[in-house]
Design a protein around this ligand. Sequence first.
Ligand SMILES: NC(=O)c1ccc[n+]([C@@H]2O[C@H](COP(=O)([O-])OP(=O)(O)OC[C@H]3O[C@@H](n4cnc5c(N)ncnc54)[C@H](O)[C@@H]3O)[C@@H](O)[C@H]2O)c1
Length: 350
Amino acid sequence: VLRVGFAGAGIIAWAHALGVQAMIRAGVVDAAVVAVHDPDEARATGFATANGADAVASIDELLARCDAVWVCTPTAAHRAVVEAAASRAKAVFCEKPLHTDLAGAEDMARIVTAAGVPAQVGLVLRSAPVFRALRDLVSSEELGPPMTAVFRDDQYFPVQGMYASTWRGDVDMAGGGCLIEHSIHDLDILRFCLGEVRELSARTADFSGHPGVEDLATVQLQFDGGVSAQLVSVWHDITSRGSTRRVEVFFRGGMAWLEDEFTGPLHLQTSAGSEVRACPPPPWVRDLPLGGGEVGVALCAYVEADRAFLDAVAHGRSSEPSFAEAVIAHRLVDASYRSAARGGVPVTLG
Ligand SMILES: NC(=O)c1ccc[n+]([C@@H]2O[C@H](COP(=O)([O-])OP(=O)(O)OC[C@H]3O[C@@H](n4cnc5c(N)ncnc54)[C@H](O)[C@@H]3O)[C@@H](O)[C@H]2O)c1
């Protein structure tokens, strides 16, 4: 039985724990959630009680009790937990962004590589069935070569509504705003679907008055072969509106679009007409007791990522997305901030 611990007992820790517990109940993984550490005692106790785990007083105690740890603290606190886990040879699943800046993310990747511990990052859009379908559509060349993508990511400024924490309004804790905190997913998935970025230019703006925490970012990306993409990432104050990603990709021979970031569907249009392609999760995920509604759907991508990690730990192999892959996403974030700081000048990626 793999002993699992959680550093942090906030929203994302709950998402992972619900999925891990559902997989344990279904016999899909051989694991047990044994311990949690969160300096907020009420959160730690609530999480521990719901998961049949112990709330422990420190990261040291947490690591002493588990084989694998989910790092679900605010971003600025990831590094200390990852370092401690690596030094004790514990497997580590770290939430994105790895760190508040690129240099820190690179250090963390070096640390887990040197320690040789299983390590994965929570860039979970890669396990979303609709993005897998989009990636397959590109690589199959079914619609011909891709030409351009328009990617819009919007959510309400996440210090309100379902977000019970305010750290995302503090640049020292989050490293920036909507670009690093939310759209690091988008930059990663654009690269996952369209290949390597050669050059980008970006602009950011701050409408809500949190210094250093942009609530609007626009990024123009150039990929190999003339392919381009535009990313618009916005944090507004429309609290009745759920977090949404809308993506349109034009190919020579058709277009594809989606507006549900987990199960789609993927809409296709060609000269021959239109098609709606369902993107269900794999049967083993559908069979899990995840509950219905939006939460159950959103958890599908998390359970796939969590299972990949637990299977990798159990079999001593590596899993994706790795820290090295996350560092590439961080390079795109960092290049975007450097471009924006200089008024949108193009930045070439190495
Ligand atoms: N992959 C995704 O889709 C996704 C979604 C949401 C959040 N995240 C990431 O997950 C991380 C956590 O976000 P969240 O929304 O769960 O935040 P949250 O504020 O809901 O929870 C974070 C918890 O960590 C606790 N904490 C603070 N310092 C700690 C420490 N040193 N040790 C242990 N616990 C500590 C806080 O008290 C809080 O309860 C962030 O890096 C965020 O970017 C990823």
